[in-house]
Ligand binder design. Structure first.
Ligand SMILES: [Zn+2]
Length: 62
C-alpha cells in the first residue's frame, strides 16, 4: 500500500484511512518531498508546518 499524506496537517501515514494526528480522513497519495520531524516541541520547522507528533510530513500535496 502506498503512503498517503494528510491534506489537513501534511502527516504521511503508512496504513489506515485516518490521520493519527488530526483525525482527518482527507488523504492524498500525490505528494512531493517530505521532511522528518523527531521532536515537534523543539523543532522550529515543525512549528512552521504545524506538526504536533513525530513523523514524516509532506512538503507539497497535490
Ligand atoms: Zn492530519
Amino acid at each position: 500500500m502506498a503512503e498517503k499524506a494528510c491534506k489537513t496537517c501534511h502527516l504521511i501515514i503508512k496504513e489506515g484511512v485516518k490521520c493519527p494526528s488530526c483525525q482527518g480522513e482527507n488523504l492524498s497519495e500525490k505528494y512531493s518531498g517530505y521532511i522528518v520531524v523527531f521532536d515537534p516541541e523543539k523543532s522550529e520547522l515543525a512549528k512552521k508546518i504545524g506538526a504536533k507528533i513525530p513523523g514524516k510530513y509532506a512538503v507539497k500535496i497535490k
